[in-house]
Design a protein around this ligand. Structure first.
Ligand SMILES: Nc1ncnc2c1ncn2[C@@H]1O[C@H](COP(=O)(O)OP(=O)(O)OP(=O)(O)O)[C@@H](O)[C@H]1O
Ligand SMILES: [Mg+2]
Length: 322
């Protein structure tokens, strides 16, 4: 059996060169890996590090060192430009996304205020996932502006965005299938180097998700769909995001689990985390949302409070079964 090794990718910047280095989680560089570096370690330790949290399949690869020519240059000195009011945690303006000649997102505007739960509802193919992934820099934007807490992040690469305080739980959950529940949670603590606080955070996750506590040593790939959703949310919370973005957390779950997941989202929000939700389940999501937007064919066609939209005739007909 292949030996399992938890690794994270560290982005190492040496002048203009960027290198990804896989190192064991929560440890300092081991001797062998130091030899691979042609830069003194003290220089390296002074630069920020990342784990490619949004692309876990890359992060879990066992490659010792990956040269990445494509990683865009990031200037740490760039002063953030304040472009939104204080209470808007996320502001999206004129966002356009194309897949080749197909216009998937046709210039949408929406915002999320601090403390809110905001939902984008829409049918299959409306552009919900595309919107979310382009916000976090996983899909290129053709036009438009995105600001997080007043900072323009339109051109910020995804590995930097994860460090700003917004975390995405992607569609299909994307947990590390081969690792245990506990190891998956550890991966969510990528930016925390304090062992005691990581331990406390994991205990907190176990309190919120008792199912995960019971299964801490279980291989994540053998968890049920609902448990995997809880693990994905737990892992995201390990990074203490101020904005949590969830792409169809209710997908594929039994009605009972759907209710549980929405209760948990409400609870996370009560704890002070702002939530942007993307959902096909309009009924449940509107019921917990402060505000919502209806996305159809890449355009926002309606917006209002959760209550207003759940009472709207158009929403009732198209999304709530009459
Ligand atoms: N990589 C791609 N290449 C070409 N077209 C794409 C690609 N990804 C998505 N699309 C198209 O863009 C549109 C929006 O897709 P998206 O995945 O954002 O929809 P969605 O609202 O998340 O749907 P679902 O509820 O089914 O997840 C769809 O028509 C889809 O076929
Ligand atoms: Mg989707």
């Amino acid at each position: 059996m292949k030996e399992r090794k938890i690794v994270e990718l560290k982005l190492i910047s040496t002048d203009k060169k960027y290198t990804f280095l896989a190192v064991p989680v929560n440890s300092n560089f081991v001797e062998k890996e130091k030899e691979n570096l042609d830069t003194p370690l003290n220089e390296i330790q002074s630069v920020p590090e990342i784990i490619s949290q949004d692309v876990p399949e890359i992060a879990s690869q066992d490659a010792p060192e990956i040269d990445s020519q494509d990683v865009p240059e990031v200037s740490l000195q760039d002063a953030p430009e304040r472009v939104t009011s204080e209470q808007e945690i996320l502001k999206v303006e004129g966002l356009e996304v194309n897949y080749g000649v197909i216009r998937a997102i046709k210039g949408i505007d929406f915002h999320v205020n601090e403390g809110e739960i905001v939902t984008l509802i829409g049918a299959n193919g409306a552009g919900k996932t595309t919107t979310m992934q382009s916000i976090v820099g996983l899909i290129p934007k053709a036009a438009g502006k995105v600001a997080f807490e007043g900072t323009d992040i339109t051109k910020t690469p995804c590995h930097k965005i994860a460090h700003l305080g917004m975390t995405q739980v992607p569609e299909g959950r994307r947990i590390f299938q081969e690792l245990t529940v506990y190891e998956n949670l550890l991966m969510g603590a990528y930016s925390n180097k304090d062992k005691a606080s990581i331990k406390a955070d994991i205990e907190e996750i176990y309190v919120r998700f008792p199912r995960l506590a019971e299964r801490k040593n279980q291989i994540a790939g053998t968890l049920s769909g609902g448990e995997q959703q809880m693990l994905a949310m737990g892992r995201a919370l390990m990074g203490h995001p101020r904005l949590l973005m969830l792409d169809e957390p209710s997908m594929g779950l039994s009605p009972l689990l759907v209710d549980q997941v929405f209760e948990i989202i409400k609870d996370i929000n009560k704890g002070g985390t702002t939530v942007l939700l993307v959902e096909q389940n309009a009924g449940k999501s509107l019921a917990i949302s402060d505000r919502a937007y209806v996305l159809e064919n890449g355009e926002i066609v309606l917006t209002g409070t959760g209550k207003e939209l759940s009472e709207s005739e158009m929403v009732r007909k198209a999304y709530l079964g009459g």
